[in-house]
Design a protein around this ligand. Sequence first.
Ligand SMILES: Nc1ncnc2c1ncn2[C@@H]1O[C@H](COP(=O)(O)OP(=O)(O)OP(=O)(O)O)[C@@H](O)[C@H]1O
Ligand SMILES: Nc1ncnc2c1ncn2[C@@H]1O[C@H](COP(=O)(O)OP(=O)(O)OP(=O)(O)O)[C@@H](O)[C@H]1O
Ligand SMILES: [Mg+2]
Ligand SMILES: [Mg+2]
Lengths: 255, 255
Amino acid sequence: MTRIIAISNQKGGVGKTTSSLNIASALAIEGKKVLLLDLDPQSNITKSFGIIEPEKNIYGVLLKEYPIKETVFKVRDNLLLVPCSKNFAAFERNNSGDIESFYILKEQLDELTAKTHIDFIVIDCPPSLGIISTNAYVAADEIYTPMEAQEFSIDGLEEVIKTIIKVKKRLNERIELKGVFFTRFHGRKLISRDVQEYLQEHFPNLLLNTSIRECVRLKESPSARQDIFAFAPESNGANDYRSLALEILTKVPRP
Amino acid sequence: MTRIIAISNQKGGVGKTTSSLNIASALAIEGKKVLLLDLDPQSNITKSFGIIEPEKNIYGVLLKEYPIKETVFKVRDNLLLVPCSKNFAAFERNNSGDIESFYILKEQLDELTAKTHIDFIVIDCPPSLGIISTNAYVAADEIYTPMEAQEFSIDGLEEVIKTIIKVKKRLNERIELKGVFFTRFHGRKLISRDVQEYLQEHFPNLLLNTSIRECVRLKESPSARQDIFAFAPESNGANDYRSLALEILTKVPRP
Ligand SMILES: Nc1ncnc2c1ncn2[C@@H]1O[C@H](COP(=O)(O)OP(=O)(O)OP(=O)(O)O)[C@@H](O)[C@H]1O
Ligand SMILES: Nc1ncnc2c1ncn2[C@@H]1O[C@H](COP(=O)(O)OP(=O)(O)OP(=O)(O)O)[C@@H](O)[C@H]1O
Ligand SMILES: [Mg+2]
Ligand SMILES: [Mg+2]
């Protein structure tokens, strides 16, 4: 059974791409077969592997021009990448109102996982909650939301929850928000305590044990075209994403 | 002559709100009369002063329900705030296609500055380049763009420049991108060198001398309902924003 995980928060710059890349890499290092899917027209994950405007990408797949397996790059042992293209932003404009357009990604992933053994699919979502993100929410079983431990970040989480409720009712009854985790964490009492108390009160058991500390090595690794484990294996960033991946591994979904 | 400055980058989470709040405060401490304008429906600046859903706000002003001066809060010596409301997001949806809707903010600010002595207007923009941001670009003389010193951040800057070229041609010939500055800066050679070299080559003289270092006090100060100068006057954050404000003060626009 393939676990399909979407990393989503429509607030920008909270560490979705950094988390998708390094959670997928950590799971691959643990021996899991992982497919990393770049669903953000900014294509930051695709670029972080040094791939520029790939001829075959997720946009062509959702336009049904070719199957998803023809887009796949092998980027590390046990880790495959489905790249993105900046032209993908047009998908959002051209498909509004067509209910069928919400299911395309799910159908493609179902076809792929029927033929190929994949343990995890990790989807990097764009900073918006439109048709592209809805495709991710329909295809996924589990949503994980990165957020900064700061008062303003609560709004972003509430938007994600509203979207999940809508999708769960109409499009995908399996979808669950499995966890929220802090990124760029400084462990400061003043900000973290407020936000942690708010989360424990309103969304008990959602906050994961692992927080990702602010770590400049995480900012540097994409420029070196590497994940954090290849770039700086002893860093806080590597340790934190290793323990986050293990925590996700243990949160097995209900059958 | 009032200088109208917009802090804009459609990439999310790069420090627009943190910069608008602290540049405005630093200018006010220097004795300038400053109006801080929250133009982001997320209303983070408004909230950081502890103001929740103010009855009169910039949304009502742009709907021409009341003049801008009826929305103003005095938040510190020499510093006035025009608050925002989350309902303002509707303005984006309801006004597409109406060219008159791009000029409303400018008209209101012109009326205000004709009657009241204001040295600086600082506008915090939302993470998008739609009608709301266009109002800011039409009203402003100067744009300043915060960005993280990271490879992916260049795309955001190019989008801002494209928008400025369009606005300059059709709506506001005075508009200029006056400067770009790094936020959440770690001073690391690997990332900063690449980005600095790229900027010097493609956009010479745009990068300001001041970078804002990563500083947890900047993250904490909104929870304490204070700007960085009141909250942690000796911190890196306070020193950096003080020198950034002074740098902006010296970049006097062409008459
Ligand atoms: N733990 C961390 N420590 C230091 N820097 C970080 C950390 N996590 C993310 N960053 C940096 O923060 C910036 C934003 O991160 P990232 O691109 O992963 O966010 P995102 O949510 O994917 O953004 P977008 O909304 O644009 O897709 C990048 O410069 C990244 O290097
Ligand atoms: N120099 C800094 N050091 C540490 N944290 C910072 C710094 N600048 C900004 N931050 C933090 O980064 C996060 C994003 O900052 P901010 O809200 O100012 O960005 P923004 O561009 O206004 O975001 P949005 O696109 O959502 O409007 C906040 O948690 C803020 O506290
Ligand atoms: Mg991203
Ligand atoms: Mg902001």
